[in-house]
Design a protein around this ligand. Structure first.
Ligand SMILES: [Zn+2]
Length: 93
């Protein structure tokens, strides 16, 4: 086996392992509920043909309080009675 081929195999293995570990890390970092990662308000599920087709195991979400859009993992859903924007829960003025 030539050194060039060995280098190509090792370099490719490191490159693929880096992609796999980064995917696992970001999957673990994503919240496992419907709460917004920016303001902790329950988000609404939105339809996104591209994301839902490519990654159906994620929940495409939109936060009506702060405008955040992104992907969350399917998990615990907030009951309807507690859905209030965070700014309305703060001190009254
Ligand atoms: Zn938010």
């Amino acid at each position: 086996m030539s050194e060039g081929l060995l280098f190509l195999i090792v370099f490719s293995a490191i490159f693929i392992a880096r992609i796999v570990f980064a995917t696992m890390f970001f999957h673990a970092v994503l919240p496992n509920s419907d709460r917004c990662p920016e303001c902790d308000t329950p988000t609404l599920r939105v339809k996104s043909r591209g994301w839902n087709l490519l990654m159906p195991w994620f929940r495409t979400s939109w936060c009506y309080a702060c405008g955040w859009r992104g992907l969350l993992r399917h998990g615990h859903l907030t009951p309807d009675t507690t859905v209030l924007p965070k700014r309305e829960r703060s001190s009254p003025r």
